[in-house]
Each structure stands twice: as C-alpha cells, then as structure tokens.
Design a protein around this ligand. Structure first.
Ligand code: SF4
Length: 410
C-alpha cells in the first residue's frame, strides 16, 4: 500500500499481519536507496500497521539521511520491537571499505566492496573525495567497469561487470560522510583536508566509474534521494551528471533529475572523437550539441560543463581551441580543461603546460570560463580517468609481470 493510500484510510487497521520468514543475514534487502513509496511497502510487508506507515517512513528517512545511522539499534525514537523487527528482515549496514587512500594533496579515495545481494559475486568500485577551499566534491561511480572504451580513460579498459543499484550509488555518499564526520555527531579525522566551514560533502559529480546514462533508473533514484530536502538535501545545482554523450537520455536527465550536466567532449572533429570517445560513432558531435542546446532548464546561471582532456599533439592545437569556441556558440557553457592523467599502459601524454595555457587563453577570450583543472590525487590514482577497481589493477599488473617474464615467441 502506498503512503497516499494510508493517508486516506478510515477503516480500522487490519489485525496483526504475520510477517514473512526472516531472510538469512547476508541476503537481507537494504532499505537504503528505496524511495518513500518503496519504503512504505517494505514496512507494510513486515506487518507495520497502515495507519503508522507514513509516520514511520518519515522517521526512518530522517535517521538514514539526516542522522546517518547504519544500525537500526541507534534509532532511539523508534520502539524496541519495531527496531528488532526491522533488523530481522532488513539491513541498513554500510558496505565494506576495502581501502582508504589519502593523497599528498588531501584527496581521498575509497575502494568499496558491495555484497552480491543475489547478483553474482561481490563487486568493487572506487569513489573519490576532492576537498577545496569552500567545497568538498564527491566523485561517485555508477557502474562496475564500463561498456565504453574511451581511449584516454583507465576505467574504459575494465569490462562492464554490472550496473550499481541505487543503494550502492547512495552508499558512496553515506560512507564518505561517515568517514569525514559529516553527519551530526560525526568526528572529522585529525588533519583531514576539508572545507573550513559548513558541510564537508557539498557537491556530487557522477564522474566516477561508468556511464551514468546507461544506468539511468538507478542513478535517477539515487540522485533524487540525495537532493531530497528532508534528507541529504544536496541542491540539484550542486549535483553534476557527466555523460560521454548518450544523446537520447540527455533530455530525460534534465526533465526527470534536474541536475547540472557535463559532457565529456574531448575532441572537436568527429574522426578524432570517434577514436577518443567511441560512442561518438553512434551519436556524433552535431547530434550531441543539439541535445545540449535543448537541455531543460539551460540558461546562463545553469551552464553545461564541457570536459576537455588535454592530450599532447592530439587535440591541443590552437585550431582545436578556435573550433571548440565555434562549436559551443550559443550554448551557455563552461569548459573544463583537464591535464591528462597518465595510467600504466596509456597511449597518451599530457599536453605541455604552456600549450594548455595558450589553449585556455583562446577559450577565455571567447567568454568561456575555462579553469584548468589542477590534477588532484594523481599519486593514489584518484584523478580523472584513472579509476579502476583494485582487483582489476592487480590483475593488470600480474598480466604485465607475466608477459615480461615470458620469453617472446621466436
Ligand atoms: S570516460 Fe566514462 S564513459 Fe568513457 S570509458 Fe571512462 S568511465 Fe566509461
């Protein structure tokens, strides 16, 4: 029964419902990542009376997303019996943190392991926290691996294992806030690099592993929960979804999620973009920019960010810069110039700093704010395009070592 149904119900609530048999601990479904209607259904399914459901949903929502609890036992204004019933059937436990690495520049990278929950083997993904003056940005993953094979991106060398669920996407935000002490009663670790005041996770960027628009439903659900005003309450203007160019989903992103949009552009000619961002063969630059022009809510205060990785001798000429300006004419846009972050086996080099600055001058003079994104977290492979699950990284290392040790066939 939905919450709305329970609001209008006048008949006496039915007698106690015998709850279904409790699942084994490892198989318990999580209540994190459910929308309010699903949470209401989950409560109804274990026998919470209809007349209480609306109130219980509001209570739980507050505990999960405002107070940040990960154990039903901590929900002190919920009766002991209900806490026990919830714990018997569901979980709100955080997934496992396999590792936490802290860069010299204060960037943090976590490797998380999610339980299979009936979907094959456990999976690992990475999430990155980038602290800056006045803001803390969390770079969130949407898939384990990626089906796309952008040639400058390390994740693109890891085949897709599966989409992340809304719970798993949201858990990245919850654990980051746990670890940084960003929930009430949380303690920020000594010497942690964080904004000097206010919230510690102020922005979310869907720029981690995977193409978020190939996992639209789960990403949408997670972002709507993250921006819900009674919970995590992150402004949609502080949530940016980055796509490589899944054109048919761009309009829905604006209409149904309403977040900021970023485009991994990286090239201004189709033949080069076909190589760097192969999805371009499906939807070319013209189609992509047409979809951008039609992005719901686009205006000078809500600009689209175009990401442009600087690859030496590949896409960094002044002719490229001028063509970029020409292509984006009429689109309220920002351009992020990203010095290429190398990874083992990558075929590219980062453009020379002087060349990046000259390129930036051309786009700045055309009126586009185009900050050069200072590389962050390179020493822990946390920078743009460097994410990959650790087990994959180890396998790649082992393969390389094996190849090195194997005598070449004559
Ligand atoms: S840049 Fe994004 S879409 Fe392209 S391979 Fe990397 S993770 Fe996938």
């Amino acid at each position: 029964m939905s919450m709305r149904d329970s609001d209008t119900q006048t008949a006496p609530a039915p007698g106690p419902v015998r709850p279904p048999k409790a699942p084994a601990a490892a198989e318990k479904p999580s209540l994190i990542g459910l929308d309010r209607e699903e949470l209401a259904e989950a409560l109804g399914a274990i026998g919470v009376p209809d007349r209480q459901i609306r109130m219980r949903v509001a209570q739980l929502w507050h505990w999960f997303y405002v107070r940040g609890v990960s154990d039903f036992a901590d929900m002190t204004n919920v009766s002991k019996d209900l806490r026990a019933l919830l714990a018997e059937h569901y979980t709100i436990a955080r997934p496992e943190i396999v590792s936490e690495q802290i860069s010299n520049d204060g960037t943090r990278k976590w490797l998380f392991r999610f339980p299979p929950r009936g979907a094959g083997r456990p999976v690992e993904i990475e999430t990155v926290y980038i602290p800056e003056e006045g803001r803390g940005t969390l770079c969130v993953s949407s898939q384990v691996g990626c089906t796309l094979t952008c040639t400058f991106c390390h994740t693109g060398t890891q085949r897709l294992v599966r989409n992340l669920t809304a719970e798993e996407i949201l858990s990245q935000v919850l654990i980051a806030r746990d670890r940084l002490g960003d929930f009430p009663k949380g303690e920020t670790p000594a010497n942690a690099a964080v904004p000097s005041e206010g919230r510690l996770v102020t922005n979310i960027v869907m720029m981690g592993m995977g193409e978020p628009l190939y996992n639209f439903d789960n990403v949408k659900k997670a972002l709507l929960i993250a921006s819900d005003g009674d919970g995590l309450s992150l402004s949609k203007r502080r949530i940016t979804l980055s796509t490589s160019g899944v054109v048919p989903m761009i309009e829905r992103t604006g209409a149904e999620i309403g977040c900021m949009l970023a485009i991994s552009l990286h090239a201004v000619r189709d033949e080069l973009r076909d190589e760097l961002v192969p999805i371009n063969k499906k939807w070319n630059i013209t189609e992509l920019l047409d979809a951008c022009r039609a992005y719901p809510g686009l205006n000078n205060a809500r600009r689209i960010t175009f990401e442009y990785v600087m690859l030496k001798g590949v896409n960094d000429s002044l002719a490229d810069a001028r063509e970029l300006v020409r292509l984006l004419k009429g689109i309220p846009a920002k351009i992020n110039l990203i010095p290429f972050n190398p990874w083992p086996g990558s075929a590219y080099e980062c453009s020379d700093w002087e060349q990046i600055e000259t390129f930036a001058d051309v786009v700045n003079r055309a009126g586009y704010a185009s900050p050069i994104r200072t590389p962050r977290g390179r020493d822990i492979f946390a920078a743009c395009g460097q994410l990959k699950s650790e087990s994959e990284r180890m396998r790649a290392k082992e393969r390389a070592a094996l190849e090195a040790a194997t005598p070449a066939a004559s």
